[in-house]
Design a protein around this ligand. Structure first.
Ligand code: FE2
Ligand code: FE2
Length: 372
């Protein structure tokens, strides 16, 4: 929207437009003494014409952060730090420690033989594995082995702990949590497991082997939780699904070939607050720009390319992380004419959709591309 139009809209009837006078300023001071205020002094700010995200579009390059993440191993132990994590601190969201919107994210590192004690919290967590051998997570007694680009859930209220096997290698993964949202809702509880570690009560990887079979669900399999019983989505079948789908679809002009991780029992999102998708940009593909409500954190899973977010170009390659704030224009391009590029995306779409506040708009000018 042009500046001129914005000015016009600020002047239209029905919007607050009261000039300060000495009498009014004194009146506001009086109201403040009673913990009250005049709505017209804040109305235009708290009721914008359209979403005004304070999040900045940011890219966190893995090449910049990796050495710093590894250095934390020499500086703190997991016991002392609780979790050894370097978090992504959006310059517009430092007050709530968010990477974008109401989503928190960080890079966690563990060395072979290390174990982080079990806990649970109201916040829902996911992790996306970057590198290393031997990492595992235990969720409510279900142990999962973790490999590169696997996507793992530790939904709200579940006991969870992580570790790396003695014969593994240093492991780094990306954590994503709805901590800022839980804190905004003032509903965040946190509890340490009474035994510090859980007993593994089921065969390793049983939830993925039970619920993660294409087109098949366990006969009589019952599940009454609001999150997915499939705690781990492995990379190999995910990439295989994308390739198969790409062979038979034109894809979306805005997203290329995109598939959503779902709860196999309900068909809905993987957790109540956070959803995730994996999208493929085919060789040479460049998407058109659009924008939508919700906050988005992309993790480059494969390949290299760039995204244009609100007119700024961000070049990315494998394991870089970048964010698209709510209602920001964005488009993506694969840099290669031979290889595909894949983007994992963590988002708060389940919140947008369940509250009925999801909105989408295509960029109309310039053949659907933003000026950079
Ligand atoms: Fe946790
Ligand atoms: Fe989009």
């Amino acid at each position: 929207m042009t500046r001129q139009r914005e000015n016009y809209r600020e002047d239209v009837a029905g919007r607050a437009n009261v000039e300060d006078t000495p009498e009014l300023l004194a009146y506001y001071d009086e109201l403040e003494r009673f913990d009250a205020g005049a709505l017209w002094t804040v109305a235009n700010k708290i009721e914008p014409w359209e979403p005004q995200s304070t999040s900045k579009p940011v890219i966190w390059r893995y090449a910049d952060l990796r050495a710093h993440v590894l250095r934390s191993v020499d500086l703190v132990t997991p016991e002392k730090a609780g979790r050894r994590v370097i978090y992504l601190n959006n310059p517009g969201r430092q007050d709530v420690s968010a990477a974008v919107g109401w989503l928190y994210s960080g890079l966690q590192v563990m060395h072979p033989g290390e174990v982080a004690s079990a806990h649970r919290h109201s916040a829902t967590a996911v992790r996306f594995i970057i590198e290393g051998r031997g990492a595992y997570t235990v969720v409510d007694g279900h142990k999962m082995t973790l490999g590169a680009n696997d996507f793992v859930l530790t939904p709200n209220g579940t006991w969870h702990e992580h570790g790396v096997a003695e014969d593994g290698s240093p492991c780094i993964w990306q954590d994503g949590l709805d901590i800022p949202l839980m804190n905004a809702l003032e509903a965040n509880f946190y509890e340490v497991h009474p035994d510090l570690n859980q007993a593994v009560a089921h065969p390793v990887d049983d939830m993925t082997k039970t619920w993660g079979n294409a087109g098949l669900l366990p006969s009589g399999g019952d599940w009454d939780k609001a999150y997915s019983p499939m705690y781990k989505y492995e990379w190999a079948p995910t990439y295989d699904a994308l390739q198969k789908y790409a062979a038979v679809t034109d894809g979306s002009p805005f997203d290329g070939v995109m598939m959503e991780y779902v709860n196999p029992h309900s068909g809905g999102p993987v957790t109540q607050t956070m959803g995730a998708s994996m999208q493929m940009l085919r060789p040479g593909e460049r998407t058109k720009a659009h924008r939508h409500t919700g906050s988005y954190l992309y993790h480059v899973t494969k390949g290299a390319g760039h995204s244009i977010i609100n007119g700024t170009r961000f070049d990315w390659k494998e394991h870089d992380i970048f964010c698209v704030p709510s209602w920001a224009w964005h488009e993506h391009a694969n840099a290669s004419d031979r290889e595909d590029a894949c983007l994992f995306c963590l988002n708060d779409l389940p919140v947008m959709r369940s509250l009925g506040i999801y909105r989408e708009q295509a960029f109309g000018e310039n053949g659907g591309h933003q000026p950079v």
